[in-house]
Ligand binder design. Structure first.
Ligand SMILES: Nc1ncnc2c1ncn2[C@@H]1O[C@H](COP(=O)(O)OP(=O)(O)OP(=O)(O)O)[C@@H](O)[C@H]1O
Length: 366
């Protein structure tokens, strides 16, 4: 697919989704300073793949390489099985059948909504372009705004217009760079859910950049976690949350209390008890991470005595800081509101082992 982008853009009913594969992609802006190290990753047809990572981890650079806005230093890029960028090949952006949505919507203020959406449909006649643009606007539920101007629309509606503009040429792959970060949090949830629905209905392949783990979990069929230009882990939200490959991955998906220890006779000793060393050989330095949800609290009984230092009411749950014997730092816990009566100070903790993760300490970085 996408042998010729204009054929993809003009032909109604052309297959919409494609597989985009990054093979051993490395990138350097400056010689010796790698932005991406040997990243291999696939967005399967019809899948939403989230590129997740902290600022500077290389997400946008990978997206720009996919779009053809940036060339990689090494590696190859395939759309279905066709090489579109590699040592001997470079298909320019307009020939890749790729749609782009950016964080700032990038609508033209002096063009009506329909003309903004029609913008990428230059290969079509005027009437056909209007029809296709109206179809795209209908898909995002904004056909009735066709003749309005962008400033008459809310931020969420403008982002839906940007999405309509990106899907109107029926691209093989949609690339979205932090598409919801310009929206306030309530609107963001709504527009994100609507966008996912539109992507599903279009059966589009999409790659979405985000630095927000919860957003990646809400959107992604698959999540690729990046750090310092390295692919740390790729998998479903459940896989990344339940079986993080290292402490960084675990900490990206949930807040943690971390204790350092050493594997001895198959266990690691911490102030919160002994935990299976998870196969680490004796003597290995280990990090034992406790999610904030790892603690059951009782006034009467439990495994570990603790004293409540502070409590923060957050609605359904409370964030509690606890002093625990043997720990120099307070332990943070999320507990159901009502689990503590008004003035409890001395309490008991029981640890939920499913929320305890043990890693070799050298595994801490990507
Ligand atoms: N044009 C450029 N010239 C030199 N270095 C750059 C350029 N663009 C990005 N970088 C560097 O490359 C690294 C990766 O940047 P990139 O924008 O891909 O990361 P990101 O994960 O998308 O970050 P953010 O979430 O902050 O956008 C960063 O260290 C950044 O400073």
């Amino acid at each position: 697919m996408a042998a010729n982008s204009s054929s993809v853009q003009v032909t109604a009913g052309v297959s919409f989704a494609a597989r985009l594969r990054f093979e051993n992609i490395s990138h350097e802006f400056l010689p010796g300073l790698a932005t991406l190290h040997d990243v291999s990753l696939t967005a399967d047809a019809g899948e939403v793949l989230c590129l997740l990572g902290p600022s500077g981890s290389g997400k946008t650079t990978l997206l720009r390489i996919a779009a053809g806005l940036q060339g990689q230093t090494r590696g190859r890029l395939f759309l279905n099985e066709r090489e579109i960028a590699g040592p001997e090949v470079f298909l320019p952006p307009e020939k890749r059948s790729i749609g782009l949505v950016f964080q700032d919507f990038a609508l033209f203020p002096h063009l009506s909504i329909i003309d903004n959406v029609r913008f990428g449909l230059t290969a079509l006649s005027k009437d056909e372009a209007r029809r296709e643009a109206m179809n795209a606007l209908k898909r995002v539920g904004l056909a009735h705004y066709a003749d309005a101007y962008p400033q008459a629309l809310s931020g969420g509606q403008q982002q839906r217009v940007a999405l309509a503009r990106a899907i109107a040429p029926r691209p093989a792959v949609l690339l979205m760079d932090e598409p919801f970060s310009g929206l306030d949090s309530r609107l963001r949830d709504m527009v994100r859910a609507e966008t996912l629905e539109i992507l599903r209905r279009s059966r589009a392949t999409a790659i979405v950049v985000t630095h927000d783990a919860e957003e990646a979990m809400r959107l992604g069929d698959k999540i690729a976690l990046l750090k310092d230009g390295n692919l740390v882990q790729v998998g479903t939200a459940q896989q990344l949350y339940n079986q993080p490959s290292n402490l960084f991955a675990a900490g990206f998906f949930s807040e943690l209390n971390v204790f350092e220890g050493r594997a001895q006779n198959g266990v690691v000793e911490t102030p919160l008890g002994r935990f299976s060393a998870n196969g680490l050989s004796d003597g290995t330095a280990a990090s034992v991470a406790f999610r904030l949800s790892a603690f059951d609290i009782s006034e009467k009984s439990g495994e570990i005595p603790a004293r409540v230092l502070s409590r923060r009411f957050l609605g359904v749950i409370e964030l509690v800081e606890l002093a625990v014997p043997g720990s120099e730092v307070p332990v943070r816990a999320r507990v159901r509101c009502g689990a503590l009566s008004g003035d409890d100070r001395e309490i008991w903790l029981t640890i939920r082992e499913t929320d305890v993760l043990v890693f070799a300490r050298s595994d801490n970085s990507a």
